[in-house]
Design a protein around this ligand. Structure first.
Ligand code: BES
Ligand code: MN
Ligand code: ZN
Length: 494
């Protein structure tokens, strides 16, 4: 979906509005424009704040005050922003996100934000607010009653602020696209529909799209992704998205995403409890698609190829089985020991195809690859397996700037070796079972990375999906990865 409300940047207040939004910092109290506004209308807000129990103005604190006659608005919404000195970049974005529930609580349709924050702070603060306003109303009518439709941002530097804020729009639209794809139920976004949706959405933005179907896969020799998809009534797809934003013929960056539209585990079937969450197993593919959208919308001056491997992992009479031996596109044979370790199989063919066809200098893959990753880092940090220190440093800088946290995980010969088979080149599960499961999965993928290519594998199993109860309900897509990738491209590839 798109942002559910409109923003107008104004030099002075115009007529109309249900509520006025004012910021409050821990050290300075109510903003100075807020104080001026209050004084000209009788000082009710200052009085109310003095008696607000427990109010300190920390980030996330919010007050809805009903204003007496004489004020031009029915309500004042006071948003705590914490210590204003700490309010830079990502911290401002986080603070902005926490203002959204206050706006929702007020039920105001038209809010007037009297903003005297510096442009450097207000830009990311508003971006955070916009990111948090995401809704997924497709299958349920929104609650009856008013909700925000218009936000007036009144600021002295309103044109600079409008520019600062609109610079975030490509990224926000990319994040929303990713969330929409992940939140969609698995009956309505099988591989073919996923592929068409990427084509229909991204082609008009100038992204070149190729869709490789199961027949073409068979011709090319993609035995691994074909095996994963063969149990499903909906055959697999590979979608190639090319954004050629740089001048000349430089080698591109390759982004690869795992897109299992539903992961039942296949014949090695998963337990029933919680299986519905496996609709999020295409979070890597969705993040790559969202990143491509952000790059195209802001016309990034870089060559980036995105490839998503799409398949549905089902148990059926045609499904692949444990003990099957697959011929991957790379030429390497793989023994299947567990059909639930399907992500690495579809990624193997996508990685080989992408590197052979586009000769990238850097490959970054995103995948909801292992439960073990979740056990290790939970929902806050994404594990990053990186084969080059410079790439790790750059990614980590992008993580800090974007707030999408990364933690470096080890790549080691031990795990690479552990994935070698006894009667095949490789096997899809480690010899020590689930021990170091996230690391052995990375070790498997490492067999498909060409010598000299910088590579990062981001296991987003814990970060793609949020179980934190919030405005979106208890379980929802986060859109993790879009802001990280967009930041990394902007800072290192342009
Ligand atoms: N999609 C799952 C990993 C996953 C689990 C993502 C929970 C998000 C939340 C993946 O395909 C999987 O099933 N991995 C197995 C691998 C094992 C069989 C070697 C796992 O982690 O248990
Ligand atoms: Mn699985
Ligand atoms: Zn999976």
């Amino acid at each position: 979906m798109t942002q559910p409300f409109e923003i107008k940047y104004l030099k002075t207040q115009r007529k109309g509005g249900d509520a006025v939004l004012l910021t409050y910092s821990v050290e300075n109290g109510l903003s100075s424009t807020g104080q001026k506004f209050d004084q000209t209308h009788g000082g009710f807000i200052a009085h109310a704040l003095k008696h607000a129990q427990g109010w300190t103005g920390k980030v996330g604190e919010g007050l809805v005050l009903s204003l007496p006659p004489g004020y031009p608005y029915a309500q004042a919404l006071i948003a705590g922003v914490g210590h204003s000195k700490a309010l830079n970049g990502n911290a401002a974005q986080v603070a902005g996100g926490k203002i959204w529930p206050l706006l929702e609580r007020s039920r105001a349709k038209h809010v007037v934000f009297l903003c005297d924050l510096p442009v450097m702070t207000a830009g990311p603060l508003l971006a955070g607010l916009r990111l948090r306003s995401y809704q997924f109303p497709k299958f349920k009518k929104p609650d009856a009653g008013p909700q925000l439709a218009m936000l007036d941002v009144v600021a002295d530097k309103h044109t600079a602020l409008a520019a600062a804020d609109s610079a975030y729009t490509p990224e926000i639209r990319g994040v929303f696209f990713t969330r929409d794809l992940v939140n969609e139920p698995p009956n309505l976004i099988v591989p073919d529909m996923f592929a068409k949706q990427l084509r229909d959405t991204l082609k008009p933005l100038g992204v070149e799209i190729d869709i490789i179907d199961e027949k073409k896969m068979a011709k090319l020799g993609m035995g691994a992704i074909l095996a994963v998809g063969q149990g499903s009534a909906h055959p697999p797809r590979l979608v190639v998205m090319r954004w050629n934003g740089a001048k000349g013929k430089k080698a591109p960056t390759l982004l690869v995403g795992k897109g299992v539209t539903f992961d039942t585990g296949g014949i090695s079937i998963k337990p029933a409890a919680g299986m519905e969450e496996m609709k999020m197993d295409m979070g890597g593919a969705a993040a790559v698609a969202g990143a491509m959208m952000a790059l195209a919308l802001r016309k990034a001056k870089a060559h980036v190829v995105g490839i998503v491997a799409l398949a549905e992992n089902m148990p059926s009479g045609t499904a692949y089985r444990p003990a099957d031996i697959l011929h991957s596109l790379s030429g390497k044979t793989i023994e299947v020991l567990n059909t639930d370790a399907e992500g690495r199989l579809i990624l193997a063919d996508a990685l080989t195809y992408g590197q052979r066809t586009y000769k990238p200098h850097t490959v970054i893959d995103l995948a909801t690859l292992t439960g073990a990753m979740m056990m290790a880092l939970g929902y806050e940090y994404c594990g990053a397996f990186v084969n080059q220190d410079k790439l790790w440093k750059d990614l980590n800088d992008a993580a800090t700037a974007s707030g999408e946290k990364l933690w470096r995980m080890p790549l080691d010969e031990t795990w690479k070796k552990e994935m070698e088979g006894s009667i095949t080149d490789l096997q899809n599960m480690g010899k020590n079972g689930r021990m170091a499961g996230a690391c052995t999965a990375a070790g498997f993928l490492e067999h498909f990375i060409e010598d000299g290519t910088a590579w990062a594998h981001l296991d987003i199993a814990g970060t793609a999906w949020s179980k934190v109860d919030g405005a979106l309900g208890p379980k929802h897509a986060t859109g993790y990865g879009v802001r990280l990738l967009n930041r990394w491209v902007a800072d290192t590839q342009e």
